[in-house]
Design a protein around this ligand. Structure first.
Ligand SMILES: NC(=O)c1ccc[n+]([C@@H]2O[C@H](COP(=O)([O-])OP(=O)(O)OC[C@H]3O[C@@H](n4cnc5c(N)ncnc54)[C@H](OP(=O)(O)O)[C@@H]3O)[C@@H](O)[C@H]2O)c1
Length: 518
């Protein structure tokens, strides 16, 4: 379900002091401007930034797609989207008008070279009239098959290079998925870097824009107490779970091509893993952080294909229930083959072969149609080494857990053992809970707000570098190929609305561990 964000009350005077640097005016060209991502995420995020005085007056959007809108019609559509997804208050009138006046539209086909001439002719006057001065952000919100086409045309039309070298800039934002395997990702990268320099390319992973994901770094590196125990001496294992209660939401054709592992694990889950596992970077700058993330990826042990079942489980949902609502099977969803072997659930075990993490497994779990939407990292510490309390079996004492909830109810909780009052020595786990929304009153920016602003400010830290993408595919390609060869063999079914196939429980229980309840 789409989350409707209520934006704060009317325009305060004087305007609130922005908490970050405000970028210079630029023109953001959205390829795919009549699509779902634009109306649901991009334009609401842009308006929110504008409304918070984080974007300057001259900021402009040029939408491109085939649907034959005029500028005016496009503005009406975007206004309706803002009403739907942001609940824009009535007193926002002049703000809204000013924002909408900066929206323009070109109706054309991406494969037509003429479209890029029209685009160039529209961008030129904006540079002077709205002060965008050659600063251009090209955003590819289109089906991935168009990424190379658009890039090549931007190159031929002379739009990829900065208009005024040294003064203006041109950047390219590439949506996920970045390829469907290592070979296609490399080919896409080859096409992109034949036209743009790597430093112009921003591969978006909206998970990294989430406040709590960034807070993982703060938790680890701005506190003295966690880092000394963040290693194999004290940590038994790590779990990363990204669960969704939704099914595939009319995206059957897309999902059949992609599946859970490409859609969630290759990008989001591995990005989170790299932040949990990386060494402290020398500073909080893009190169240092991205170098450390890549080093972790390089240290992940390849999956042993002869014993893959010990390291990977895949599942697909069949009919089930959410309360009294019947949920259809994946194979009964529109545009899904009745014999489909696409996975909607995956559980993986990874080992990171380095000094810090030797013998500490990382269990990853993600799926569609699970009981609830929740993303969480759980660090399970080793048990207390010595049994001190008579009458209490060591096994019965629960290990300490540190859980970082990424969404929803962002927060951190620490579970530790306490004595039950008025008993001889009975022990049970209790929780210390921190919730962001209880401590910080301002609601955190959405991931797209953070990332769009970073991109306009030229900060690539939260975007995925080419080496990370390559390493992620290098790790997962063999698994995906094996699953494809195996077809139905080794695909386990689970009822929609449950936590995945029973085989996924057996998979972790074989190691003497269990999935932490989310
Ligand atoms: N939607 C999300 O929440 C979401 C989240 C994460 C990532 N993404 C990624 O974002 C991208 C866009 O997703 P989406 O859901 O917005 O897709 P969508 O709703 O299918 O939109 C696709 C857009 O591309 C345009 N288009 C397609 N073929 C075209 C052509 N030949 N010439 C000109 N325009 C063309 C369509 O416009 P016309 O039909 O008007 O031509 C439409 O504006 C995808 O890469 C997706 O994986 C989406």
């Amino acid at each position: 379900m789409n989350k409707v964000v209520e934006i704060p009350r009317a325009a305060e005077t004087p305007p609130p002091t922005p908490t970050r640097r405000v970028p210079d005016p630029c023109a953001m060209v959205i390829f795919g401007a009549s699509g779902d991502l634009t109306e649901r995420k991009l334009v609401p995020a842009l308006y929110y930034l504008f409304r918070q005085h984080m974007l300057p007056e001259g900021f402009s959007v040029v939408g491109c797609a085939r649907t034959p809108y005029t500028h005016e019609r496009f503005r009406e559509k975007m206004q309706a989207a803002l009403k739907k997804y942001l609940k824009v208050p009535a007193e926002d009138g002049s703000f809204l008008e000013s924002f909408l006046n900066g929206l323009f539209y070109i109706a054309d086909d991406f494969s037509d070279p003429k479209a890029y001439q029209v685009l160039s002719q529209l961008l030129e006057p904006l540079d002077a009239e709205r002060g965008t001065a050659g600063r251009r952000l090209f955003y590819m919100a289109t089906p991935p098959s168009f990424f190379p086409v658009i890039v090549a045309h931007l190159g031929s039309a002379g739009l990829a290079k900065p208009k005024i070298p040294g003064k203006s800039w041109t950047r390219l934002v590439v949506e996920k998925p970045f390829g469907r395997d290592r070979e296609s990702a490399r080919e896409l990268n080859r096409v992109i870097t034949s036209v743009f320099d790597e430093k112009q390319v921003y591969r978006i992973d909206h998970y990294l824009g989430k406040e709590t994901v960034q807070n993982l770094l703060v938790l680890r590196f701005a506190n003295g107490i966690f880092e000394p125990i963040w290693n194999r001496r004290y940590i038994d294992h790590v779990q990363i779970a990204v669960a969704e209660d939704l099914g595939i939401e009319n995206r059957g054709a897309y999902y059949e091509e992609v599946g859970l592992t490409r859609d969630m694990i290759q990008n989001h889950v591995l990005s989170v893993l790299s932040l949990v596992a990386m060494e402290p970077p020398a500073n909080f700058e893009a190169t240092a952080v991205r170098d450390e993330k890549a080093k972790v990826m390089r240290a992940i042990r390849p999956f042993p294909l002869d014993r893959l079942h010990e390291y990977a489980v895949r599942g697909q949902y069949v009919e089930g229930w959410a309360g009294d609502q019947r949920l259809p099977a994946y194979r009964a969803e529109p545009k899904v083959s009745p014999q489909s072997t696409t996975e909607t659930f995956a559980a993986l075990k990874l080992n990171i072969d380095n000094w810090r993490w030797a013998d500490v497994p990382f269990y990853l779990r993600s799926g569609k149609r699970l009981p609830k939407r929740v993303s969480e990292v759980t660090i399970q510490f080793r048990r207390a080494p010595h049994l001190l309390f008579r009458g209490t079996a060591t096994e019965a004492i629960e290990p300490n857990l540190l859980a970082v909830r990424i969404q929803p109810d962002e927060g951190i909780s620490l579970s530790f053992n306490a004595k039950i009052p008025d008993t001889t020595m009975q022990i049970r786990p209790v929780k210390m809970d921190f919730r962001y929304d209880e401590v910080f009153t301002a609601s955190p920016p959405t991931a797209y707000e953070t990332l769009l602003l970073d991109c306009m400010l030229g900060d690539p830290m939260l975007f995925t570098r080419d080496d990370f993408v390559d390493l992620a595919w290098e790790l997962l390609d063999p698994v995906l190929n094996r699953w494809k060869e195996d077809g139905r063999k080794g695909l386990f079914f689970y009822e929609a609305g449950t936590w995945g196939p029973p085989e996924a429980d057996a998979f972790i229980e074989r190691d003497g561990r269990k999935w932490q309840i989310l």
